[in-house]
Design a protein around this ligand. Sequence first.
Ligand SMILES: Cc1ncc(COP(=O)(O)O)c(C=O)c1O
Length: 339
Amino acid sequence: MVFPMKHEHNSSKICTASAALTEPAVAEASATLGVSGQNALTARIGRTPLILLSRIANDLPPGVEVYAKAEHFNPGGSVKDRPAWSMICDGIRSGRLKPGMNILDATSGNTGIAYAMIAATLGYRVTLCLPKNTSTERKRIMRAYGAELIETDPLQSSDGAQLRAMELAAESPEKYFYADQYNNDANWRAHYEATAPEIWKQTGGRVTHFIAGMGTSGTFTGTTRRLKELNPNLCAVRMQPDLPLHGLEGMKHMETTIVPGIYDPSLADVEVEVATEDAQETARNLARKEGIFVGVSSGANVHAAIRLAKALPAGSVVVTVLCDTGTRYLGDPFWEEGT
Ligand SMILES: Cc1ncc(COP(=O)(O)O)c(C=O)c1O
């Protein structure tokens, strides 16, 4: 497929979208809560930089560019601030999240950190179900924000956490607001309303390929849906771990896990798989060669984006996502490996 250049190349290395979060439920609920002012922590969610990867993507065909949406710049350190805020606002607006209730969900860590951070600013309690083998760094951050953690069987990975959260919600519906990120439309809508328009604006409408891995699939689903409306020729690439048992924390191997209700299999034009070692090596290279310290799923996204870009024609503009900060993986030994 050949994609035409739509605008002249913007030569600045980092561009920042100026549009505020536009998701209507978010705007309405944040106004209701009185937290939409300039000083509100939640007003810092979104409008992340788009970074041209020039040093680790330096052997691409002429005229092909790879950009990364730097979601680790969100106040909670990950892409999940966007859907967490969107789902909480939607809960408040719809009346399902009432004062005094606990925000409950299953999370591999980043959404939990985002819920806990936001809930702390609003005065809600948070209960999070997560696999016992979630990294110590993430668990400590969630506890630092005051969240209650319920650890589940690591062998059942995120599926076990999801089943436990469903049980708790069914047992005490009056106590819990079950945000249910895997099945909540306010998750993908955060990306539809804000992430995609930001990418569109930051690339001057030139984006030809969007590539992202999937946990709940919210990032891929919402961003792809909107970008395809803006450019029907956009090529959407779904990335996933190459094996059911893998080290890409936060990413699902769709064929062997509970498929999220919000996942839309018709959106992806191309599917690619990434090995854990390749993702770790790319995360290391992002830190050492680009000065970007991000986690393993970000490494997987960038690895897949560069591999894809090597076979693309001039004028291709590939955009992927840096999901979270590398500090959440400091306990992993791979940072010291390699040369
Ligand atoms: C580290 C990390 N990367 C990527 C994702 C995927 O995001 P999404 O749930 O939007 O598919 C997650 C989800 O929790 C995550 O924790």
